[in-house]
Design a protein around this ligand. Structure first.
Ligand SMILES: [Zn+2]
Length: 156
């Protein structure tokens, strides 16, 4: 569902309207750095840690394909590599990069990125899929990765 009333968003999701707007803008800025010469599909992500620092990321492709990294995992790995492992939300913006066209479509995280989120986040972790500052959807990790396999499965 599309969240248009930002005061409702604040109450329902624990993020302020300002935090959501800031994350979406950071994701768009990160998207500018996307390295996607093969697919032309540019993605930006902005990950809000519990310490309120935002870690941004873009997708980075490789000519041999398998080393390619998604924007979401770039953001997570930047944060984790700096000792940060607790997160509140991530904003994701993505779409084909066409000259003169700024608009993007809702871009949901791939399965691999959802699994990385599962490693560090609770089911309540918020995933914001945005077209712009005004048009966005908010999902939880529990919605996007139900019955996910995680560390607790191995530690029981
Ligand atoms: Zn991914």
């Amino acid at each position: 569902m599309e969240q248009k009333k930002q005061d409702m968003t604040q109450i329902e999701n624990g993020l302020s309207a300002e935090e959501i707007k800031n994350l979406i803008n950071c994701a768009f800025s990160a998207r500018e750095h996307a390295y996607c010469p093969y697919s032309g599909f540019a993605v930006g992500a902005a990950l809000l840690a519990k310490n309120n620092v935002v870690y941004s990321g873009c997708n980075i492709e490789s000519a041999s394909y398998s080393p390619t990294n998604c924007a979401e995992r770039t953001a997570f790995f930047k944060a984790v590599s700096e000792g940060v492992r607790e997160f509140r939300a991530i904003a994701i913006v993505g779409g084909r990069k066409e000259k003169g066209k700024k608009e993007v479509e809702y871009c949901a995280p791939c399965g691999v990125c959802r699994q990385v989120m599962q490693e560090f986040c609770q089911k309540e972790f918020l995933i914001i899929l945005a077209k712009d500052e005004e048009k966005y959807e908010i999902h939880t990790l529990g919605e996007l990765l139900p019955c996910g396999f995680g560390g607790t499965n191995l530690l029981l």
